[in-house]
Design a protein around this ligand. Structure first.
Ligand SMILES: N[C@@H](CCC(=O)N[C@@H](CS)C(=O)NCC(=O)O)C(=O)O
Length: 119
């Protein structure tokens, strides 16, 4: 089962690489604004998780760089996710806003949030 999951994960990564979405082009001012906003975000994720790939594709579409934190292999990120968000489930977007931290689970909610904030 582990091997099948590993193979499926590699296929997802390969397809994602081949059919990588195009990023939106912004003026340098707008891009700077988006970059500043994105610096308040961090995505807790697994490399080959299909739901995480879905969110990373949206990040690519929105041309924003978000700190990607691997919660599978990095014990610090894993425990931060568990303690901060309440459970080990990915993807989870950590949003730092006006001194408050929000932990957003569910890939569809994260994609909607990114579209609302950056599109
Ligand atoms: N409905 C969720 C599904 C997320 C999900 O099932 N993630 C899996 C990885 S693909 C997970 O975190 N499982 C917990 C674990 O493996 O410990 C979403 O769309 O984000």
């Amino acid at each position: 089962m582990k091997v099948v999951r590993w193979i499926l994960g590699r296929i997802i990564l390969l397809l994602n690489f081949i059919f990588s979405p195009r990023g939106v082009k912004r003026s340098s001012e707008d891009q700077q604004f988006a970059d500043n906003k994105a610096s308040q975000l961090a995505l807790y994720q697994f490399d080959a998780c299909p739901f995480c790939v879905k969110v990373r594709r949206e990040l690519k579409r929105q041309s924003i760089k978000v700190d990607l934190r691997d919660a599978k292999t990095n014990p610090q990120h894993r425990s931060d996710l568990e303690n901060g968000g309440g459970r080990i489930k990915v993807p989870c977007l950590r949003i730092e806003k006006e001194g408050e931290t929000q932990w957003m689970y569910e890939s569809s909610d994260i994609v909607s949030y990114l579209q609302k904030e950056f599109a």
